[in-house]
Design a protein around this ligand. Structure first.
Ligand SMILES: O=C(O)CCC(=O)C(=O)O
Ligand SMILES: [Fe+2]
Length: 323
């Protein structure tokens, strides 16, 4: 039963010896098995870069609704879930979430071979604003690509903690489905409508999430007693949490823990999650030897498409969930 979320120094994994990497991985493995959430410090991403991304997020969201709706996620040309999500569009709360977002993922051409020839429709280009100079460079060229590198390191730590070779996940994350979101939560009244939270109770869909939070608290994590534990922001850290694909992959060894956001800070809250999934065609199939698999194998991209279909208003007509 956890009462708090562990903080793990990731520096020795990045810069240390093999022994350091084993030690950090074992701390991470414990956190993944018992909590499903942990913070990492000394992750190598500069705080100045992160601050600049928040500045861009504020700049983006301060535009008029009309301007933002030009990039409405439901009208992105490739239908690959990129662009602007208005308030209440996402239905993790029954009445829709009290947040707006901007989604992007790996920049690939519209005629990407896997997309055209093999139906990997989540691949393709992003849906960028053309009126915000420097936005794309800061968000994508600098931050997104940095987070991809960090994500690969986290996958290495997961591999070691599962007694697998360090590079085990590498061949399955060459063209990874990594969605980054800029999120903006307006303050919400203290009297709560349980059906309308900043982000309703949910688990994440991919393998894991690297989350940066602004100074405002709001994120809560449910422990196995059903108590909500606050994931208070800690400066210069990322919150890392396991998603459903990793729980399936590890046959429930790693926990995809339920969490939600309620912004009662009285002020605006921003956060930047980066959801790290594997390649579209990676097979998510029990990787624990000598255990009976609890889940049917799934193709990662098909699984993720279904999860998006289930939560985004604009995709509801496609939805017929089997997960
Ligand atoms: O905003 C946050 O702190 C967390 C958001 C979240 O859980 C999500 O987008 O899946
Ligand atoms: Fe989440």
């Amino acid at each position: 039963m956890f009462q708090q979320i562990p903080l793990i120094d990731f520096g020795p994994f990045l810069n240390g010896t093999d022994e350091d990497r084993q030690r950090v991985s074992s701390q991470i493995g414990d956190a993944c098995r018992n909590v499903g959430f942990f913070y990492i410090s000394n992750h190598g991403v500069s705080s100045t870069l992160t601050e600049r991304v928040y500045e861009q997020a504020k700049r983006y969201f301060s535009q008029s609704l009309e301007e933002k709706m030009k990039l409405y996620i439901g009208s992105c040309p490739c239908g690959n879930n990129r662009g602007y999500t208005p308030m209440f569009e996402e239905k993790l709360s029954l009445k829709g979430d009290l947040k707006e977002g901007f989604d992007l993922a790996m920049e690939l051409p519209a005629d990407d071979k896997d997309r055209i020839e093999r139906g990997a429709l989540l691949y393709g280009p992003n849906f960028w604003p053309d009126n915000l100079e420097g936005f794309r460079e800061c968000i994508y060229d600098e931050y997104y690509l940095t987070m991809i590198s960090l994500g690969h390191k986290v996958l290495e730590a997961f591999a070691l903690s599962l007694n697998l070779p360090l590079n085990y996940f590498k061949s399955m994350s060459q063209k990874p489905m990594v969605t980054m979101r800029l999120l903006h939560y307006p303050p919400q009244p203290v009297v709560l409508d349980e059906d309308q939270l900043g982000c309703g109770a949910h688990t994440d869909y991919e393998c894991f999430t690297l989350l940066s939070q602004s100074n405002q608290s709001g994120l809560q994590v449910r422990n196995n007693k059903g108590e909500w534990i606050h994931a208070t922001p800690i400066e210069n850290t990322f919150v890392v949490n396991i998603g459903d694909m990793m729980q399936r992959w590890t046959n429930d060894q790693f926990k995809s823990t339920v969490h939600r956001v309620i912004n009662v800070s009285g002020t605006t809250r921003y956060s930047i999650p980066v959801f790290f999934g594997p390649d579209y065609f990676a097979e998510i199939k029990c990787l624990i030897n000598d255990e009976t698999p609890k889940y049917e194998p799934v193709i990662a991209g098909q699984y993720l498409t279904q999860r998006f279909d289930d939560t985004y208003n604009y995709r509801q007509k496609n939805s017929d969930s089997s997960y």
